[in-house]
Write a protein that binds this ligand. Sequence first.
Ligand SMILES: [Zn+2]
Length: 171
Amino acid sequence: MSNPFDGVISDDLKLVYYQSMEALINSLALPCRIIYPTTSYINCTSCNISEGERHTSTSLTGRPSNFRSMAGCAACNGEGKIPVENTEDINLAVIWSYKQFFKVGSINLADASLQTLSRREDSYQQIKRAKELIVDTDVETIGKFRFILLGEPVLVGFGDSSFIVCNWKRI
Ligand SMILES: [Zn+2]
């Protein structure tokens, strides 16, 4: 018996799917910021301890012991250095409503605060390495909405895996 759908899934239809997904991403895209695991520090300018001074004033525990101004420094908690978040700005389509979530992935979607949809080549490597995500950096001054990834990015597509859906939980 022949399959009545043979030949229906044409390259043209795949292109329609691809273009509709692209349009969806473009229309829902918000500026977001990927936060990578902290790897860099800058010297604290509030207590302004130079490298040489820090060396001679550090006890065996590695903590500064002699410099009262540094030990009491509120900016660096007496560490003499301040962690700097390594970030990358990225546009992601953000889906806030549970009812509109893509039903993909192995996690319980009730745990997810939002989903993002994006082109794999624009975002997969960034999201895989992300520690946190800030959504909509346009309103960052009002409140930072930070999220962590739930489960793995889910590859979706129609004959390929051009897009990824990610589930995020508010922290
Ligand atoms: Zn300091």
